[in-house]
Write a protein that binds this ligand. Structure first.
Ligand code: ACM
Length: 265
C-alpha cells in the first residue's frame, strides 16, 4: 500500500485557494492514502471562536461531500485537517475520507495546544481506528499536540491501528524523537504531515517547521521532507507486518503489559 504525506503552506483565511491546491494534489499524487496537515483548509492561527465559526465546516457540508465523491471516484483515501462546527461546538478536526463512504469518519483533536482553547472545544470523538479491508489496513488518526501524550498512540495501537496518521502544524522540533519512540513501542507506522510557512496575528508569529516524516514500525525514518520545502513524500508500507507484537520467542509488547500495575491510587 502506498501512502503520501503532503507538506505545503496553507494560506490563512484563503479557503478557496487552499482547497484548489488540495484538490490538485489529490488528483495528481499516485498513492492510495494522502495525508494533509492540520487545519490546512483554512490556515491555523485563529484568535477566537467567532473567527473559527465564520469558516468552519459541518460534517455534511459540500466540502466534505465533494471530498467523499472524489475519493470514491478515484479510489484514494484523504486525511485532512479542517475547522468543524456542530451546533454551538467547534472542533479542530480531521476527516478520514475513504472510498467506501461507510468507513469515512471525523476525528476531533483531543488535546488542545496553546491558544486553541480560545477557539475550539476539546474533541469528543475519542481515539478510533478504521479498518479498511480493501487495503488490509487499520488507520488511526490523531492531531499534532496529541503526540505529547503517549496515551494517544497507545490507545490507537491497542485498538488495532497499523498506521497512525497525524496531521500537524508543529511549531517545535521536540516531537521527532518522541514519535519515533511511539512507533517503536507500539510497533506501528506513523505518518506525520506537518505544514511549512508562518502566520502572524496580533503581532505574534508562529513558524511551522516542516520535517514531515513517515516512520516504520521499528521507529526508523522511512522518508522525511525538509524544514521549509513544499514537498510530497511517499512510501510503500506493509500494514500487516505491524500486527506481530512479539520480538522474540518469549516477549510480546502487548501481551507483556501489566495494566493492573499501572493503576494510580
Ligand atoms: C499543535 O498542536 N498545532 C502544535
Amino acid at each position: 500500500m502506498k501512502i503520501a504525506v503532503i507538506q505545503f503552506e496553507p494560506i490563512f483565511n484563503q479557503k478557496d485557494k487552499n482547497l484548489s491546491k488540495i484538490h490538485s494534489y489529490i488528483n495528481n499524487i499516485d498513492a492510495q492514502l494522502l495525508i494533509f496537515p492540520e487545519l490546512c483548509l483554512t490556515g491555523y492561527y485563529f484568535l477566537n471562536r467567532e473567527e473559527v465559526n465564520e469558516v468552519a465546516e459541518t460534517s455534511n457540508s459540500d466540502f466534505i461531500m465533494e471530498l467523499q465523491s472524489l475519493s470514491s471516484r478515484i479510489n484514494k483515501g484523504i486525511v485532512l485537517g479542517f475547522p468543524e462546527k456542530d451546533y454551538k461546538k467547534q472542533y479542530n478536526s480531521c476527516c478520514v475520507i475513504l472510498p467506501d463512504e461507510n468507513k469515512s469518519r471525523i476525528y476531533r483533536k483531543t488535546h488542545l495546544f496553546y491558544k486553541e482553547r480560545f477557539c475550539f472545544d476539546p474533541g469528543d470523538s475519542g481515539f478510533f481506528v478504521i479498518d479498511y479491508p480493501e487495503w488490509d489496513v487499520n488507520i488511526g488518526p490523531m492531531i499534532c499536540y496529541d503526540w505529547r501524550f503517549p496515551e494517544s498512540a497507545r490507545t490507537l495501537a491497542l485498538k488495532g491501528a497499523d498506521l497512525i496518521v497525524c496531521p500537524s502544524n508543529l511549531v517545535t522540533n521536540v516531537w521527532q524523537s518522541a514519535l519515533s519512540t511511539r512507533a517503536l513501542e507500539n510497533n506501528v507506522y506513523i505518518a506525520v504531515s506537518n505544514r511549512i510557512g508562518s502566520e502572524t496575528r496580533n503581532g505574534e508569529t508562529l513558524l511551522f517547521n516542516g520535517d514531515s516524516t513517515i516512520y516504520d514500525y521499528k521507529g526508523n525514518v522511512l522518508v522525511k521532507a525538509g524544514p521549509d520545502d513544499e514537498k510530497v513524500i511517499k512510501v510503500d508500507i506493509e500494514p500487516k507486518k505491524t500486527r506481530l507484537k512479539s520480538f522474540n520467542e518469549f516477549n510480546d509488547i502487548f501481551k507483556d503489559r501489566r495494566p493492573d500495575m499501572y493503576k494510580i491510587k
